[in-house]
Design a protein around this ligand. Structure first.
Ligand code: SAM
Length: 183
C-alpha cells in the first residue's frame, strides 16, 4: 500500500558512484589530491541525483500540476507514466475526473518499472472517499499493511484474525483482517 516510485535511469547513479569511488581510492593510493577531488565531485553528483529522483521531482511536479489549476473533473493522460509518480499526483487532483497513464515500462528508464508497480502505487487509500472504510483480508502481511495504512493517515486501524472459518489447512494459515477509515 505504501507507494514506491523507484529511481529514474538507475544505471546513472551507479556509474557515477563507481567512477567517484575509483577516483577517490586511486587518488589516495597515488597521493593525488586532484584525483580525490574529482572523485568527491562524482559522489556529490550521486547525492544530488538521488535527492532529485527521490524528492525533488515530486516537489517540482506538485508545483507544475498546481499551476494547471485543474478544476477536478478533467481527463489527464500521462505519457511515460513509469511507476506512477506524476500520474497519481495528477489523479489526487481529479476527484471527479480521470487520470490515465501509458508506458513501455522500460527498466533502463526507472528501477522496478512495470505495470504491476504502477497499479500497486494506485491502490486503496487514494480511491477511498473521506469517511470511507477499508476492509482488507489476507493470510499474511496484515500487520505490515496496518502499519502502512497508519502511515498513510487512515484512522482506527485495527487488525484481527478471523477464526476457524478463515483457516486454510490450519491455524498456521489463518486469514486476518485489517479495517480502517479515511478521515
Ligand atoms: C524517467 S521515467 C519517468 C517516469 C515517470 N514519468 C516519473 O516521473 O516517475 C521515463 C518513462 O518513460 C517510459 N518511456 C520511454 N520511452 C517511451 C515510449 N516511447 N513510450 C512510452 N513510454 C516510454 C519509460 O518506460 C519510463 O517509464
Amino acid at each position: 500500500l505504501r507507494a514506491h516510485y523507484g529511481i529514474d535511469a538507475p544505471y546513472v547513479p551507479v556509474v557515477l558512484g563507481l567512477i567517484g569511488v575509483i577516483a577517490v581510492v586511486a587518488g589516495v593510493l597515488v597521493s593525488a589530491t586532484w584525483l580525490i577531488g574529482v572523485g568527491v565531485v562524482f559522489l556529490l553528483e550521486v547525492a544530488v541525483y538521488l535527492q532529485t529522483t527521490l524528492r525533488g521531482k515530486f516537489r517540482l511536479w506538485d508545483k507544475l500540476l498546481d499551476q494547471l489549476a485543474l478544476s477536478g473533473d478533467e481527463r489527464v493522460l500521462d505519457l511515460g507514466c513509469g511507476r506512477g509518480a506524476v500520474l497519481l499526483a495528477a489523479a489526487r487532483r481529479l476527484p471527479r475526473g480521470k487520470a490515465q497513464g501509458v508506458d513501455l515500462w522500460r527498466s533502463v528508464d526507472q528501477s522496478g518499472n512495470g505495470e504491476v508497480a504502477t497499479r500497486h502505487n494506485a491502490e486503496a487509500v487514494r480511491v477511498l472517499r473521506p469517511g470511507g472504510r477499508l476492509v482488507l483480508a489476507y493470510l499474511r502481511y496484515t500487520r505490515r499493511y496496518a502499519g502502512y495504512l497508519r502511515e498513510a493517515g487512515l484512522a482506527g486501524v485495527r487488525s484481527r484474525t478471523l477464526g476457524p472459518d478463515g483457516w486454510f489447512a490450519g491455524p498456521w494459515q489463518a486469514m486476518s483482517v485489517v479495517t480502517a477509515t479515511k478521515p
